[in-house]
Design a protein around this ligand. Structure first.
Ligand SMILES: *[C@@H]1O[C@H](CO)[C@@H](O)[C@H](O)[C@H]1NC(C)=O
Ligand SMILES: *[C@@H]1O[C@H](CO)[C@@H](O)[C@H](O)[C@H]1NC(C)=O
Ligand SMILES: *[C@@H]1O[C@H](CO)[C@@H](O)[C@H](O)[C@H]1NC(C)=O
Ligand SMILES: *[C@@H]1O[C@H](CO)[C@@H](O)[C@H](O)[C@H]1NC(C)=O
Ligand SMILES: [Zn+2]
Length: 683
């Protein structure tokens, strides 16, 4: 290990000034996961404040490490050996990693913003969100209304058998009608997953996707706790009797499990079959008449081909519709409404229902606090693109013939980057008709849910909205192939976690830079390489380049299959999306860091106190710690089978073993585990 470039700067504590007392108190709490957030109030850029922040970051990073392990022997154990002890996975949090830390900081900020004053400068959508939050706080004292409103709604929908008992008349119940109505009015996806996204071969227009409920794949591991939650909700929300709540929860869980049996692990490429609804209806028969379902949902005949995914799920559903009593199907579907009547922390509920507006509020507050951050992240994005361009043009990649190379460069050039929360241009249009009443919380929830359901139908007639509005809380960056777009959740913009002006830039390139580079690389993985710069499905690869790519990919296929995780050998997967993104991502991020570093004036120091590491070593350590995680033991094997990502521990070891600069930077011996003689390289 090269320690010459690192300096151990000890913090000079200047007496008992209030700042240093504060600093000391904070430093004592360092192993706590949320340590970075503790500095939210510390904005003075004095040398002391900056030094405190570097001390804290160093202590945080060190707390995860096991420095008795040699980085060249097991980089995961070295970087993350202590992580699980500090952030253990639990029943409710089955995996822990840095995303949780970012999310916690984000949630704290959301809470602050919602509790903040209402201002005349707030936009009308922001005002709606604050009124909604207020109505939620007020509703806590009016629980009686909750049951009253839920029961009235269930009655209006024909009644829920669990509530009505023997008075429920099954002859008036129609499964397809109920499924369509719940989707039409409340956006509830009951027996099928329904999505509206750009079409596969023509990305200009949105298409309809019908498929298996992928979320059911998790049912097996969770079903006991789900069943108990459901039982509790049935008991407390509509007020179903104890034994009937138990019975109903059991029946619903059984049906979930039976449906889950039809869920297939689908690889990209084999995901969709494009065909007409009438063809599907002929296959699945009158019980699962999809023509009728879609017509009842949309209010008109839909004659354009749809994207169908998971045929075995449809067959399973058809079978279950035949043999399941209508009473159970009705309880199953109507129970999807309960969640809207559950009291949960008001900030969380507001965040879930108005994810896009809340993200925008967070974005603005971060921008106000540190105005230069969006610009500096955009610069980093440009640097990464340039670094990848240079990699593609380098002699080592001359297996890419000129034609293929030019197409690749064009795609790279056209690729864009969006920070969620930075756009508000669609809000007025989307939310203008929404009425929020501070005295009617459950009514508000209904109206928001109905608005989303209505807009979903409208989306089918619209060209894609490019994430102008959305209704999920995102905790990971992602790549949208159809739009050739990299999307970063707003919580990644929070400084003092992954990166900060006070920290060495190595950390910014190693974390944020690497995450962005991973997403850039997805544009050129084994699936997305068939998609062009405009997002259309088109093979722009020349024959020989394809042969070479396949050969390089095969190296990864074999390599990952050789790894074992808790005694289980990883499956041999032909699809290598995530591994390719990782391998290429580290090359891009490291090259960008290298070129930034080589222009650095001599005296600038890229070190962290009490971490005897060179800037380049810091780059790898910060990147490595993105992979620190703990997984509940019951989930470990399941993840190996269902998750396209290999286990974190293996991903990290594979990344560094395949990247020679790692071994150079850590001065690994010839026979070290992280320094193999055979490496796989894609680009
Ligand atoms: C750190 O690594 C050493 C050497 O492998 C090992 O003996 C020790 O148990 C590890 N410590 C922790 C906390 O895992
Ligand atoms: C259920 O409804 C049908 C049709 O509306 C009616 O003929 C039948 O008598 C009802 N059954 C009961 C038990 O109320
Ligand atoms: C499906 O429903 C439509 C009416 O929406 C009907 O015309 C068609 O015959 C039905 N198909 C099957 C297979 O039952
Ligand atoms: C493709 O590769 C083969 C064998 O290496 C070579 O003979 C052929 O000329 C190449 N084709 C092109 C278009 O470069
Ligand atoms: Zn990925």
């Amino acid at each position: 290990m090269n320690t010459e470039t690192a300096r151990d700067t000890t913090l000079a504590m200047a007496g008992d000034t209030p700042t240093s007392v504060l600093a000391l108190a904070l430093l004592l709490c360092l192993p706590c996961t949320g340590y970075a957030g503790a500095f939210d109030g510390l904005t003075a850029n004095t040398p002391l404040a900056l030094e405190i922040m570097r001390q804290a970051k160093s202590a945080g990073m060190r707390s995860y490490m096991n420095q008795s392990v040699q980085p060249c022997e097991d980089f995961y154990a070295y970087a993350c050996g202590n992580f699980a002890r500090i952030n253990p996975a639990q029943e409710k949090i089955v995996t822990t990693d840095f995303r949780r830390t970012l999310l916690t900081g984000y949630q704290r900020r959301v809470q602050q913003l919602l509790n903040g004053p209402k201002m005349s400068t707030d936009s009308s959508t922001e005002t709606k969100v604050k009124y909604f939050y207020e109505s939620c706080l007020a509703a806590k004292t009016e629980e009686w209304r909750q049951r009253q409103q839920l029961l009235a709604l269930l009655k209006e929908l024909g009644g829920m058998p669990a509530v009505e008992g023997s008075a429920w008349n099954e002859s008036q119940f129609d499964t397809i009608e109920m499924m369509a109505m719940l989707l039409r009015r409340f956006g509830k996806q009951t027996l099928l997953q329904v999505n509206i996204k750009p079409g596969q071969s023509n990305t200009q227009y949105n298409a309809l996707y019908l498929g298996q409920r992928v979320d059911l794949a998790h049912v097996k591991a969770e079903h006991m706790s789900n069943q108990l939650t459901l039982q509790w909700m049935l008991r407390h929300l509509p007020g179903v009797s104890d034994w009937r709540a138990q019975e109903t929860a059991r029946e619903i869980t059984e049906l979930n499990k039976a449906l889950a049996e039809g869920v297939e692990a689908l690889l990209p490429g084999q995901r969709h079959r494009v065909r007409l609804l009438d063809e599907m209806s002929l296959d699945y028969g009158p019980q699962l008449n999809l023509t009728r379902f879609v017509k009842l949902w949309l209010g008109y005949e839909y004659r354009v081909p749809v994207h169908e995914s998971g045929a075995s799920y449809f067959w399973q559903l058809k079978k279950l519709l035949d043999r399941t009593p209508k009473r159970i199907l009705a309880n199953y579907m109507l129970s999807s409404l309960l969640v809207d009547f559950e009291m949960m922390p008001c900030a969380q509920k507001t965040n879930e229902l108005f994810a896009d507006i809340v993200d925008h509020m967070v974005y603005r507050s971060l921008e106000k606090q540190t105005p230069h951050i969006p610009g500096s992240l955009r610069r980093l994005w440009q640097e990464l693109k340039l670094a990848f361009e240079n990699i593609l043009r380098a002699p080592a990649n001359n297996w890419l013939d000129e034609k293929t190379l030019n197409e690749a460069l064009e795609k790279l050039k056209a690729m864009s980057f969006l920070m969620l929360g930075s756009r508000a241009d669609q809000f007025e249009k989307y939310y203008s008709s929404l009425i929020i009443n501070t005295g009617d919380y459950f009514g508000n929830v209904q109206r928001v849910v109905e608005l989303h359901a209505h807009n979903m139908i409208e989306d089918l007639q619209r060209a894609d909205t490019h994430l102008g509005t959305y209704h999920s809380i995102y905790s990971s960056p992602f790549y949208v192939p159809k739009q050739n777009l990299v999307v970063i959740p707003v919580n990644f913009m929070q400084h003092r976690y992954l990166f900060d002006d006070a920290y060495p830039m190595a950390l910014k390139y190693g974390t944020f830079g690497f995450l962005l580079a991973h997403e850039i690389a997805h544009g050129f993985d084994d699936f997305n390489r068939y998609i062009d710069a405009q997002g259309n499905q088109r093979n722009w690869w020349q024959h020989n380049a394809t042969l070479e790519f396949e050969q390089r990919k095969q190296c990864l296929v074999e390599q990952f299959h050789a790894y074992t995780y808790y005694g289980h050998r990883l499956l041999k997967r032909q699809t290598q999306l995530e591994n390719i993104a990782d391998y290429v991502g580290v090359r891009i991020a490291y090259a960008a860091y290298h070129s930034w570093y080589s222009q650095l004036p001599e005296m600038e120091s890229e070190v962290l106190p009490r971490l005897l590491l060179s800037p380049q070593q810091l780059f790898f350590l910060s990147m490595g710690q993105l992979y620190c995680s703990d997984v509940m033991s019951a989930w470990r094997l399941k993840n190996v089978i269902t998750d396209p990502h290999a286990p974190n521990e293996i991903r990290l070891k594979a990344i560094v073993s395949n990247f020679e600069p790692f071994s150079e930077v850590f001065d690994c011996a010839q026979d070290a585990a992280m320094n193999p003689t055979k490496r796989c390289v894609i680009y």
